[in-house]
Design a protein around this ligand. Sequence first.
Ligand code: PLP
Length: 478
Amino acid sequence: MTPEEFRRYGRQVVDWIADYQEKVESYPVLSRAEPGDVLADLPAHPPERGEGFEAVLADLDRVVMPGITHWQHPAFFAYFPSNTSGPAILGDLLSAGLGVQGMLWATSPACTELETRVLDWLAELLGLPAGFRSEGTGGGVIQDSASSAALVAILAALHRADGGTSGRDGITRRHTLYISSQTHSSLEKAARIAGIGAANVRVVDVDPATLAMDPAHLDALLTEDAAAGALPVLVCATVGTTSTTAVDPVPAIGAVCRRHGVWLHVDAAYAGVAAVCPELRWVNDGLAEYADSYSTNPHKWLLTNFDCTAMWVADRAPLTGALSILPEYLRNQATTSGEVIDYRDWQIPLGRRFRALKLWSVIRWYGAEGLREHVRTGVRLAADLAARIGADPGFELLEHHPFGLVCFRPRWDGLPADEADAATMRLMERLNASGDLYLTHTRAGGRVLLRMAVGAPATGPEHIEAAWRRVREEALAG
Ligand SMILES: *Cc1c(COP(=O)(O)O)cnc(C)c1O
């Protein structure tokens, strides 16, 4: 493709995306494709001779679009939001255009230094501890996902706990990891990958009312495990759990970690970005005093398309100690000088995309003000929704909804618990099949609840009102 052809098709692609943004609301939110539908419409064999890009765009409309669930639809309330935005898309396009592989500082100094600066900016915007900034002992890095951030934190914690022996010799003794029943599944997965083993993942009790981790039980488990000869490695506290946005008491958990000399990782994948708003900055409580590592996802609620997980450590030495490896073919003067960051030592893969470009574009386009406004809109709309639900005698509401997630269900008066759960699931399936909105469910307090996560950039009060109307109608019909 010549630059001239690229210019022509590139304009068509940008127009296509802008058209999509304008009409996203006209699609059914959840794709109606059945398993195999998309596959059946795709040729079994690749073309022998190149085709024009028109053919690709035509198939995008004909084959791909029917198999798309519209995450940017204003009535997308499933999981957590996965924001994108114009500046993010353009930043990502520039990253693809440059085609840079940023494994080492030397492979593109700007790819490294822009990331360093942008994560310092984000740390400032979120009011994160000074120790996370690059000028101190810590620093930030962009990972592909919160799952990778958890794995990287575990590897750094292992390195610190056993002085790097497991990195060299493999795991030769029992290591333990601490989560709660509400912790994201990526922690158990990371424990498996790191060789700690799922059986050594200890599940700390939660307060049944708040679903927050119980620091006293954590303390008891750590004492018990150490007495039994295990080496506790890492505790993961969550600020804004995936199920219900429960908030673990980080200061109290941190104090326990400090006493036992255990690494504290704080997973704030969804809720951490809320700290752009001073009134929500309490989500950072305990980080400055206790967190060894922290992560939050601009790719959820901060207008930056997947993938973009921001991760910070208070001390980068155990991280690079665990992950740094220098084969001859990567040896270069900048690395040997020790004056530069090589982000390959902060992540699992060697290669890395120039992700900082999209985050930089987003922060510059919106400014602190625009980012705050986006989060505040989500919080306000969620509060409005919760107020309507709370005022309706036919529904029960989970009172805790500090961010954009609201959990609720019809009361189903008179139905036994299992039938009420089944009725809630059928209600959700009917709503999702209608194409009018998309929501998901969870189980909390022994019952199935619907989850409505507000926070897509296109969502406004009219969408909340329409969604709530649909939920009520459909609940009455069921
Ligand atoms: C979404 C989520 C994750 C996983 O995020 P990925 O970036 O998709 O890996 C981890 N932890 C919490 C609390 C989450 O909500």
